[in-house]
Design a protein. Structure first.
Length: 83
């Protein structure tokens, strides 16, 4: 089923979402169009990597000072936040 992406209109995508998702699971790529213009792509998660593959990718690479989230007069002034 792989090959060029198949294009479907929004109405067809809403009406046949379950079928389209089965097709995607089998390797298809679906482009959803509005008035003939592409607006979204439905593709397998395995094609783009795991949904959570980037979660925690910088874990333990940064250290934040203890006062990281302390009130700051300088930042309040920069953002116009009343003190």
């Amino acid at each position: 089923m792989a090959g060029a992406p198949r294009q479907v209109g929004i109405h067809e995508a809403k009406t046949h979402l379950s079928r389209l998702l089965r097709d995607v699971e089998e390797g298809a790529e679906i482009i959803v169009t509005r008035d003939g213009r592409p607006v979204a792509r439905i593709t397998s998660v395995s094609d783009t990597g795991s949904v959570s593959s980037s979660y925690g990718m910088f874990k333990d690479q940064f250290e934040f000072p203890e006062d990281f989230d302390a009130d700051s007069a300088e930042l309040a002034d920069l953002f116009g936040v009343p003190r």
